[in-house]
Design a protein around this ligand. Sequence first.
Ligand SMILES: C[S@@+](CC[C@H](N)C(=O)[O-])C[C@H]1O[C@@H](n2cnc3c(N)ncnc32)[C@H](O)[C@@H]1O
Length: 283
Amino acid sequence: MPPIVLPKIDFNREFSFSDQDFERVRQLIYKEAGISLNPTKKDMVYGRLVRRIRELKLASFGAYIDFLQSVAGKREFEQFVNALTTNLTFFFREEHHFQMLGDYLKTLAGKGEISIWCAASSTGEEPYSIAISALEALGSTGRSPVQIIATDLDTSVLEVGRKGIYSADKIARLPAGYAARYFDKLPDGNYQAKQQLRDMISFSRLNLVESSWSVRKPFDAIFCRNVMIYFDRETQFSVLKKFHPLLKAHGLLFVGHSENFYFAADYFTLRGKTVYELTKSKP
Ligand SMILES: C[S@@+](CC[C@H](N)C(=O)[O-])C[C@H]1O[C@@H](n2cnc3c(N)ncnc32)[C@H](O)[C@@H]1O
């Protein structure tokens, strides 16, 4: 007689979370957001979703996933995705990019509107760093020629970005002098990006793995940093192919510090440290 395999029960957890439940979560988030969850992330997934299960007063992870897949659970999908995205970001992350951006923008000065797409903007520190770099490079009087489209899949982080309000410890990461120049101190001790900065950025939801994107115009630069690490090679490649026609001939693609797209050499060529330009002979 074959041995009977009993499901593993974790008595330390408030809700049971079987390997099968984890596999279902993995498949759902991959299909929805392109995020490939490593098998070692089971505890992380538990920690991030357990609040949803409590809030919905469900009895188990299995019941939560069933609910997500039901017609009634459609609206919960947004919360599910928001809970599973990793939103770590900070002002002037990978500072060399902003120095390079400033130099690049100076070469475009006086040639009309400059459009930049920040494609996984999280809570906004990245697009505000881009806006500050633009004002530093091109001057801050009058209306800035730089317009930034900031998009993310996670609706809760977009809301933070729109408000542009950050705690003092986040603001402390700004280069010297920028806090006073570009942020207003609020009575509660937080800081808000000045109106001039906020006017340069429009925030909206865009899922990089969806077949059609709401952004149309060719950009002078695309920032897509520290998101493709969550995608598998096939997904990365399809996103890169879609970026290609959205960059102007002289455009730059800024990527994250651990992202390397050598496999897309037909489309993008390394121009500097984690910065790409269009490969001259288009495929
Ligand atoms: C680690 S943060 C990086 C933020 C910022 N780009 C940076 O480098 O500091 C990754 C962001 O990618 C977003 N994201 C994940 N999957 C996405 C997708 N399919 N489409 C758009 N954004 C996505 C997440 O919501 C998260 O805000």
